[in-house]
Every structure is written in C-alpha cells, then in structure tokens.
Design a protein. Sequence first.
Length: 220
Amino acid sequence: MLALALTGVSAGCGLSGEAPDGSPREGNGKQEGGRSASEALKDLEKLPVKGRAPKTGFDRDKFGPTWADVDHNGCDTRNDILKRDLKDETFKEGTHDCVVLTGVLEDPYGGKTIEFTRGERTSMEVQIDHVVALSDAWQKGAQRLSESERTELANDPLNLLAVDGPLNNQKSDADAATWLPPRRAYRCPYVSRQISVKLKYELWVTAGEKAAMERVLKSC
C-alpha cells in the first residue's frame, strides 16, 4: 500500500523553488508551508538504501498508456503539465483548453526562455520530464507496484516538469548521482522533488545517489 499521505509529501505540496501546484518558481530555499532543505534531508533518511535492481523487464507500457488522463479532467497529462508550466499559452479551438498550441517556458533546468509551438518539428523542443525517470523507478522498487500505481507515478504532477528538450534527452534515465540540472539554482528543488516522489511511491535510493542528494541539499 503506497504512503500517499505522508507528512509534507503530496502532489499538492509545493517544493523549494516551486509553486503550490508543483510548477517551477524562484524560491528562498524553503518549500511551501515552511518545508526546508533540512526537512528534505530528514525525508531522505526515510528512504531505504539498496543496490540498483536489474533493468530486466522494464517497458514503458508497464507504466500505463503514455500521458493517460488519470485525473479525468478530459485533458491528457502532457497538456496538463504544459498548461501548468508555460505562460502566455494559447489553445486549440474546440478542445476546452486541453491542447496547448503555443506558450513560453522558463526552463528550470537550464534557465533558457523557450518559445513553444505545437508541431511535428517543434513540439519536442519542450519535453515533459519524469523527475524520477521511469527506468530508474523500475530498478528501485516500481517493479513491486501494481500497474495502476505505476500509471499514477508516470502521470503524477509531482514527478513531472516541462523542460528544455535537449537537456531532458541528456538526462535520459539518470539519477542524482550521475545527472543534475546545469542551472545550479534549481538543483535543490530538483533533488527535493525526487526525494518526495520516491518517498510517496516507496522507492529506494542507491548509496551513491543518497550521497549526491545530501551534497546538494547541504549546499542549499
């Protein structure tokens, strides 16, 4: 059974550098409601430390349909996150504001301002990152989750950010031990968010990953 109501850890709990809905914003080192880097460190201590399990059997399909409408609001998850994280959005007519056509992203990972335009050649300039990559989650406990729980993980706004496409490709399925956002100002909220996701879905961290997270949070 997932611990979906942990203290200070919920999809509605703003993280350091994030608004209450989980979208990126400049912060003062504290999370919404007063949650600080020291509290994120305490949450990190709650995570089991284990070795990485084999990737054997990993398949994106085991996390449900891509961008499923899990909140049943009529919009797919990708467009929900674009709508949350972009500003000055325009929408496709007749979609009840469910299809984002254009918008502006202040990329949290690299700091660039990206003009988003929906299209076959342009949409992937802005990608939706799984902050805890699904492959990483699979190797650190998600194999034990039910398919419905994995679908929730893959579509949870807490675990999703609209980001610069090339940086998302660079990150791939890395954890905090091997990849951090190049924009140093966003490393604390990034690591804090990963800890929140792993705690919520009862995943674990490797020793190297935990050490990297500690280094980041102690510098906040």
